[in-house]
Design a protein around this ligand. Structure first.
Ligand SMILES: [Cu+2]
Length: 126
């Protein structure tokens, strides 16, 4: 038997995450728009803005416009995708295939003004 002291109780896993399509890390905002569906590729628009109204300055990070990591609530898969350029400096098109119905945690990581931002979102797939 192993006894571990001075730890913290595990995080309670919520039964639902809902659809949280907009999130901020400091002043940078990531917003993911589009309809989520299972077993066929879904197209989303990822848009970046700032809480103070100034223009974002998105530059590539590790060779991509942004990195998107998507995990179902039960942790049974990891989806890693990169938005494609649209010609506008503050948005990208994201193609994702969700394996099943349910709630997914989403993190979008990007460089805005030379600072690395990570925004947590969620998508409900019906
Ligand atoms: Cu990536």
């Amino acid at each position: 038997m192993v006894t571990i002291g001075f730890g913290r109780a595990e995080n309670i896993i919520p039964t639902s995450l809902g659809d949280v399509r907009k999130a901020t890390d400091d002043i940078s905002i990531a917003n993911i728009l589009g309809k989520a569906k299972t077993n066929s590729s879904a197209m989303f628009m990822v848009k970046f803005s700032r809480t103070d109204g100034t223009n974002v300055e998105i530059t590539d990070y590790l060779g991509a416009f942004a990195h998107v990591v998507i995990v179902p609530l039960d942790g049974s898969a990891i989806i890693h995708a990169h938005p494609m350029p649209t010609g506008k400096s503050d948005e990208g098109m994201l193609q994702v295939t969700f394996p099943k119905v349910g709630d997914y945690r989403v993190w979008i990581q990007f460089l805005d003004g030379g600072k690395l931002r990570t925004t947590p979102l969620s998508i409900k797939v019906n």
